[in-house]
Write a protein that binds this ligand. Structure first.
Ligand SMILES: C[S@@+](CC[C@H](N)C(=O)[O-])C[C@H]1O[C@@H](n2cnc3c(N)ncnc32)[C@H](O)[C@@H]1O
Ligand code: SF4
Length: 338
């Protein structure tokens, strides 16, 4: 609430500078609290689990598609149950997605039901929204999934296809409509729907158009500045200048008000020295084979969630966790406010 108010009244540069200062002071305290929680047997981690490593879209900007030599993996429901038992009791937040497309898992509905049975305080996922089946939508509503973020970055089918190589915009909007109708029929507000708009020169002006035309289909909107792809230079889209970026942010604010909840301009991080990040502990990523890494860093954890309880994994990786809690990570230094 206070955050949104300050975001509305301050110049973005001032807001982000204050936010970084706050993070410097407060995150030590927050991490100390998480550690206290851990010692008392409470929930202290946030995990993201890719139950499948594949995608049906080909977003030209996507950093995941930069990954070379990856092999497609799919987690079985039995393995997911083991992972959930070993990890979810320690998690205050679980995402059923991270780097790939969760709906490529045809049994996603069952995975949602299993995850929801563990009472994790915040359960969510991020998707391109094109393969949401009726069963998945029902499971999301019945289980009270907290949030689904849907990545949409075009207001016209032409731009959508240019970015993603598939003509799925109408299908995605249809799925969002189905979700809204089902929520209305049940009289519930969950899952909330967030639009993840990855913004660049070519699609930025379509964001206000989308917000105006489809504002009833979502709750909140993130306008995120395109990050440079890391491993190659074939991205056909162009990053915006700071002024241009914030001009579109102003336009979106006029339309969405407080529903515009995240606007993150970033500098080109590709050649930056190693940095620190307040989000390091939010980025424990589990692969379908049960291995764990700290996303965006070079750190893999010792252990496997299909066989090891997370308390044991923590002990085996205590030195790394100490580093993460002190924010001594090799994450990027985006100008985000976390
Ligand atoms: C990698 S995708 C995985 C989840 C799902 N497939 C989706 O698209 O929502 C997660 C998010 O990363 C964003 N993303 C991918 N490449 C990006 C880049 N180069 N810069 C900024 N965001 C990017 C996508 O737009 C999406 O919102
Ligand atoms: S849908 Fe998501 S994972 Fe797939 S290419 Fe697009 S951004 Fe990448």
């Amino acid at each position: 609430m206070v955050k949104q108010f300050l975001r509305n009244i301050l110049h973005p540069d001032t807001y982000h500078a204050l936010s970084r200062m706050k993070n410097g002071v407060v995150s030590g305290y927050v991490n100390h609290q998480l550690m206290t929680r851990r010692k008392k047997g409470g929930r202290f981690i946030s995990v993201r689990i890719d139950t499948v490593t594949a995608c049906n879209h080909r977003c030209q900007y996507c950093y995941t598609l930069d990954l070379t030599g990856h092999r497609t993996q799919l987690m079985s429901l039995d393995d997911f149950k083991k992972a959930a038992e070993n990890v979810f009791p320690y998690a205050h937040t679980v995402a059923l997605s991270c780097s790939w497309e969760p709906t490529m898992n045809k049994n996603l509905a069952d995975f949602i039901r299993v995850a929801a049975s563990h009472g994790v305080p915040f359960l969510h996922f991020v998707s391109n929204g094109s393969h949401l089946t009726d069963d998945t939508i029902s499971a999301m509503v019945e289980c009270g999934l907290d949030r689904m973020a849907v990545s949409i970055d075009a207001a016209t089918p032409e731009m959508y296809q240019k970015i993603r190589e598939v003509d799925d915009l109408e299908k995605v909007l249809g799925n969002l409509r189905k979700l809204k109708d089902l929520k209305d029929a049940h009289g519930v507000t969950k899952p909330t729907v967030n639009i993840n708009w990855t913004a660049f020169e070519e699609n930025a002006d379509q964001a206000p158009k989308f917000a105006r035309e489809h504002g009833d289909l979502f709750d909140t909107f993130w306008f995120w500045h395109l990050l440079p792809r890391m491993r190659n230079s074939v991205n056909p889209f162009h990053r915006m200048s700071r002024d241009r970026y914030y001009a579109v942010v102003s336009e979106l604010k006029e339309i969405l008000g407080d529903r515009l909840t995240s606007t993150e301009f970033n500098e080109d991080r590709s050649n930056k020295p190693l940095g620190t990040c307040n989000r390091s502990l939010d980025n424990l990523r589990i692969d379908p084979d049960g291995s764990i890494e700290v996303t965006c860093s070079r750190h893999s954890l010792e252990g496997n969630v299909l066989t090891d309880d997370f308390a044991d994994i923590y002990v085996r990786n205590e030195d790394l966790f100490e580093m993460l809690y002190r924010k001594q990570t090799d994450f990027c230094q985006n100008e985000c406010d976390r």
